[in-house]
Design a protein around this ligand. Structure first.
Ligand code: NAP
Length: 248
């Protein structure tokens, strides 16, 4: 277990995929990681796996769509640690099927997607913000996607200008809205040490993509980790991938 001066990070949706690897890489940097997820068994197993590697990781049950659960998790972290240095809003879903036109995707999928990818992030952030304000240099990382970029989506030369990526309108719009939330919160916190940034992990071979993608999971975690450990001269309100600023 790290000493009292170790940074404390909470990573949502960290029982698998990019979130699990962000948790691992932060812990490898000496951060005390609260590995959060909605399934108690999966979260416990994931935390045990990283503890088996000698890393300082604690499981936290947190479904980002469950208001009472969010309040309970925030209260538990407050009473145990009293502050939070890093919040990585990683939990996300893609429920749409590839191959349909944007207008053919049913509305219930829009609601389900926004509940997790936007409202979940907003609610978790608001619940933990008082603890982040108590940290010396709070960092909030919103795991977005290049599919949230309207500039990329409307550029005919971009990979997103394709039947495949135009068939995820709710997912893409939820990440555009997440980018907007990032800018708004960064503005609110502009005179504090807290930095709020959106990251695109890269097209990563996780379950979300049925194992397809250009990056392996450790590489996909890297941008989020870098922005979580940002120095005081780093940006806020930015949207980045591997050090490159992305078009909104
Ligand atoms: P993944 O392998 O499908 O993992 C998603 C994680 O989110 C899982 O741990 C899942 O938990 C969790 N989750 C889903 N709904 C949740 C909820 N209501 N409460 C708490 N946790 C919840 O996906 P991934 O590829 O690692 O994606 C991680 C993030 O990166 C997402 O925000 C995604 O949009 C973003 N992203 C991914 C890619 C990519 O190429 N993979 C590209 C751009 C952006 P369960 O195990 O309980 O389902």
């Amino acid at each position: 277990m790290s000493g009292q001066s170790a940074k404390i990070a909470l990573v949502t949706g960290a029982n698998r995929g990019i979130g699990f690897e962000i948790a691992r890489q932060l812990a490898e940097q000496g951060v005390q990681v609260l590995l959060a997820g909605r399934n108690a068994e999966a979260v416990g197993e994931a935390a045990l796996r990283l503890r088996g590697e000698g890393l300082a990781v604690e499981p936290v049950v947190l479904d980002v769509t469950d208001s009472a659960g969010i309040r309970a998790a925030a209260a538990a972290v407050e009473s145990r640690y009293g502050r939070l240095d890093i919040l990585v809003n990683n939990a996300g879903i893609r429920v749409e099927e590839y191959g349909r036109q944007p207008s053919e995707q049913p509305l219930h999928q829009w609601r389900e997607t926004f509940d997790t990818n936007l409202f979940g992030v907003v609610e978790v952030t608001i619940a933990f913000l008082p603890m982040i304000r108590k940290a010396a240099a709070g960092r909030i990382v919103n795991v977005s996607s290049l599919l949230g970029s309207l500039g990329t989506h409307s550029d005919p030369s971009s990979y997103a200008y394709s039947d495949m990526f135009k068939s995820l309108p709710a997912y893409s719009a939820s990440k555009s809205a997440l980018n907007s939330w990032t800018v708004h919160l960064a503005y609110e916190l502009r005179d504090t040490p807290i930095k709020v940034n959106a990251v695109h992990p890269g097209y990563t071979r996780t379950d979300m993509n049925d194992g397809e993608g250009q990056l392996d999971i450790p590489e996909g975690a890297r941008t989020g980790v870098r922005m979580a450990l940002l120095d005081s001269d780093g940006p806020t309100g930015s949207y980045v991938h591997q050090g490159e600023v992305l078009p909104w």
